[in-house]
Design a protein. Structure first.
Length: 456
């Protein structure tokens, strides 16, 4: 399978600003990738700023409109899940487009704060938050600390009391709905580390404990069912479950929680074989219908709804630009051959193929070729045979040392999961807008790596 040509559509595998130049190179938002590589080096992550902003804005607008009070609902907020990729520039962009920022560690929180995102529109997640992280959240007025265990409740309550504030908290509920890819399975028992189970009564216990704590304000319930989800049925099932718990709590305590967060996990297209994901408008309409109908059935006023997309905002906006080095034909059993195309990065800049068996595609970025296509595998330069960037892709048979290769849809969980394995400095993140390229995260240097080693 060869890479689909960029066509400017939001449902494509390339960001909407990617085009072929007249002489056959790829350009992102008017920046020729040959020039980008010459100026900034390779490997590099290249982010299409307008594409990212447009995706962020599409979520904000779709949810504001679908959940509007005119339609009998109580509004909606969108939080960008920073773990997908966070830098000061990206936090600013999504905030400018009307999103809050969802963080999961003190590091992500520090970046959002440095970007000037107000604490009130930042969330803090985590199944094992440190005292330092919770203290920072309380001190900076984080708008929602998402409680993930019963023991965390006392810790947040004590820190808030000591600071003389009421800390806003949500309860992370595991609904029994697991989703990912095209399937979801409802299970009674939750054999994983996140959240408080609905069926065991742990979620309800957390709610009651928070309601009894003077220094805590219960903002609502939170559900996040998985990632890379293309079928909306799992979100609908989870929404129904948390709305039911909310109504139960209201019935027995008289307290109707103002918010429900339905998490992130909306899937994107990595290769032409992936289905075109639902657009933000469709997601928002489907969820608004479920929330409206369910609340009507339960006889409760609808909550304000929030969501936390990460991958679907930043993933399609990014590509990774590599330089080709060694090209090797390897004979396979049965007489066929595979062309191994080695690039100057690998599992240190994209761990997802090794970690999840994730599929990607790749295309020549410096030229067009009319050569026949060969069955190729794009591999990195690390000391592992599992160091695969693209397992199967059709590339022109004349692919050679010095060519540029672009791998689309690497904006999410690429740089954010990057390592310095083999002491490879991590690539920069380059933002392109209106033909202008700038590094928003600079390339790591050997000096950066050596600076951590305390022996002279
Ligand atoms: C990972 C995560 C997200 C974002 O998931 P995406 O697949 O990137 O949209 C949102 N919320 C929580 C709690 C998460 O853990």
């Amino acid at each position: 399978m060869s890479a689909p040509e960029p066509d400017g559509t939001p449902g494509g595998v390339w960001s909407t600003g990617v085009r072929r130049t007249r002489d056959g190179a790829l350009a992102v938002a008017g920046a020729d990738l040959r020039e980008v590589a010459a100026e900034h080096g390779t490997p590099a992550y290249v982010l299409d700023e307008d594409d990212l902003r447009t995706r962020a804005r599409a979520f904000a607008e779709a949810f504001a409109s679908a959940f509007s009070p005119e339609r009998g609902l109580a509004g909606a907020d969108v939080y960008y899940a920073g773990k997908a990729f966070l830098s000061v520039a990206v936090a600013r962009w999504v905030h400018e487009e009307g999103l809050g920022v969802d963080t999961a560690t003190g590091g992500e929180l520090a970046v959002a704060l440095r970007a000037g995102v107000p604490g009130a529109v930042i969330g803090l997640h985590g199944n094992n938050k440190s005292d330092e992280e919770l203290t920072a959240a309380v001190r900076h007025g984080v708008g929602r600390i998402v409680v993930d265990s019963l023991s965390e409740i006392d810790r947040v309550a004590a820190l808030a009391a000591a600071a003389g504030v009421r800390a806003p908290v949500m309860v992370r509920v595991t609904t029994g709905v697991h989703a990912g890819g095209h399937e979801f399975i409802a299970t009674a028992h939750e054999d994983q580390k996140f959240g408080l189970s609905l069926t065991s009564g742990a979620a309800r216990k957390a709610v009651d404990e928070i309601l009894a704590a003077d220094s805590l304000e219960l903002v609502g319930l939170h559900s996040h069912i998985g990632s890379q989800i293309l079928d909306l049925a799992g979100f609908e099932a989870a929404a129904r479950a948390v709305l039911t718990l909310r109504a139960d709590v209201a019935r027995t305590t008289g307290r109707l929680m103002p918010e429900v967060d339905l998490g992130g996990g909306y899937g994107i297209r990595y290769t032409a074989a992936d289905a075109v994901p639902p657009a933000p408008r469709e997601i928002a309409e489907r969820l608004a219908t479920i929330v409206g109908d369910r609340c009507a059935d339960l006889g409760t006023a609808p909550p304000k709804v929030s969501i936390e997309p990460g991958r679907s905002v930043v993933g399609p906006a990014g590509l990774t630009l590599y330089r080709v080095g060694t090209v090797k034909d390897v004979a396979l059993d049965g007489g066929a051959a595979r062309t191994y195309v080695s690039v100057d990065g690998g599992m240190s800049d994209n761990i997802r193929p090794a970690l999840y068996g994730a599929a990607y595609t790749a295309a020549l970025a410096n030229r067009r070729s009319d050569a026949d296509l060969v069955s190729a595998r794009v591999v990195g330069k690390h000391c592992e045979s599992g160091d695969i960037v693209v397992r199967d892709v059709a590339l022109p048979a004349d692919v050679r040392d010095g060519d540029l290769l672009a791998v689309p849809a690497t904006g999410a969980y690429g740089r954010s999961m990057a390592s310095t394995y083999n002491l490879m400095p991590r690539p920069p993140v380059l933002a392109v807008r209106d033909g202008r390229t700038r590094a928003i995260v600079r390339r790591e240097s050997l000096d950066d790596l050596l600076a951590l080693d305390t022996e002279a």
